[in-house]
Write a protein that binds this ligand. Structure first.
Ligand code: B12
Length: 216
C-alpha cells in the first residue's frame, strides 16, 4: 500500500468510525503529502459516506450515525478547503455559478462537493447554502448574473421545488439569460427534461464537465 492509499483509507475509516479527529488528521496528512484534496474527498470521505447512506437505507444504521458521519466529513473538508480555495484562485474564471440546496432541504454535503469542484475547475461560485428559498435563488440570479443557477435536492419531497425555480425564473423574465442545472440523489436526466432544466449531472465530476461544455 502506498502512502497515498493509506491516507485515503484513513479518510474512509474516519467516516466509518464517526471520528472527526481522525478525519482532520487524514486531511492534514493528505495536504502534507501533496495529495489532491479532491481525491481525498472523492475516494475517501465520499466513498465512505455513500456506504453509510446505504446502511442507513437498509436500516442497519440510524440518523444519529448519519449525522455523526457527516460531521466527521465536514471536519475533514474544512481542513482541505483553504487549499482548494487557493487552487481555484490561481485558475482563471470560466464563468459564474449560483448554487444552493433547494427550499425545505437541509442536505448540504453533496452540494458542497459540487460547489468546491466547480470552484477548483475555475468557476466563480456563489454558494447560497441549504434550505434556500426559491425567491433567493431568483434574487441572486438577478443580482449576480450567473451563467448557471444550480440547485441540489436530496428528497423526493423537495425536488418539486426545482419546478418552482424554473417557473419563478420565467416569471422574473430571466430564464432566458441563465442555464439551470439540477442534481442530488433523486434527480435524473428524465427529471431535468421533464421540468425543463438545462443540465442534469450525476456527480461533481459530471457537473464540472457539463458546466465547462456549456460555457465553452
Ligand atoms: C447525510 C444524510 C442526512 C444528514 C445531512 C447532513 C448534511 N449536512 O448534509 C442529516 C442527518 C442532517 C439528514 C437529515 C434528513 N434526512 Co437525510 N440523508 C442523508 C444520506 C444518508 C446521505 C446524503 C449524503 O450526504 N450523501 C453523500 C453525498 C456526497 O452524496 P449526494 O448528496 O447524493 O451528492 C452527490 C450527487 O447527488 C450530486 N449532487 C448533489 N447535489 C447536487 C447539485 C447539483 C447542481 C449537481 C449537478 C449534482 C449534485 O453530486 C454529489 C457528489 O457526487 C441520505 C441517503 C442517501 N443515500 O442519499 C439520506 C436521505 C437523503 N435523507 C432522507 C431523509 C428523509 C431525511 C430527514 C427528513 C430525516 C428523517 N426523518 O430521516 C432529514 C431532512 C430534513 C430536511 N428538511 O432536509 C431520505 C430522503 C427520502 C426522500 N424523501 O427522498 C434519504 C434518501 C434517506 C432515506 N432513504 O430515507 N440526512
Amino acid at each position: 500500500m502506498t502512502v497515498k492509499d493509506e491516507i485515503i483509507e484513513k479518510a474512509k475509516n474516519s467516516i466509518l468510525d464517526f471520528d472527526e479527529d481522525m478525519a482532520e488528521k487524514a486531511a492534514h496528512e493528505a495536504l502534507k503529502e501533496g495529495i489532491s484534496p479532491l481525491e481525498v474527498i472523492e475516494k475517501g470521505f465520499t466513498a465512505a459516506m455513500e456506504f453509510i447512506g446505504g446502511q442507513f437505507e437498509k436500516g442497519e444504521l440510524f440518523l444519529p450515525h448519519v449525522l455523526a458521519a457527516s460531521e466527521a466529513m465536514n471536519a475533514g473538508i474544512a481542513v482541505l478547503k483553504p487549499e482548494m480555495e487557493k487552487r481555484s484562485e490561481e485558475s482563471k474564471s470560466l464563468g459564474k455559478v449560483v448554487i444552493g440546496t433547494i427550499e425545505g432541504d437541509i442536505h448540504s454535503i453533496g452540494k458542497e462537493i459540487v460547489a468546491s469542484m466547480l470552484g477548483i475547475a475555475g468557476f466563480k461560485v456563489i454558494d447560497l447554502g441549504k434550505d434556500v428559498a426559491i425567491s433567493r435563488f431568483v434574487e441572486s440570479a438577478q443580482k449576480f448574473k450567473p451563467d448557471i443557477v444550480a440547485s441540489s435536492a436530496l428528497m423526493t419531497t423537495t425536488m418539486v421545488c426545482q419546478v418552482q425555480l424554473e417557473e419563478q425564473l420565467k416569471e422574473a423574465g430571466i430564464r432566458g439569460q441563465v442555464k439551470t442545472m439540477v442534481g442530488g440523489a433523486p434527480c435524473t436526466q428524465k427529471w431535468a427534461d421533464q421540468i425543463g432544466a438545462d443540465i442534469y449531472a450525476e456527480n461533481a465530476n459530471d457537473a464540472v464537465a457539463k458546466a465547462k461544455a456549456l460555457v465553452a
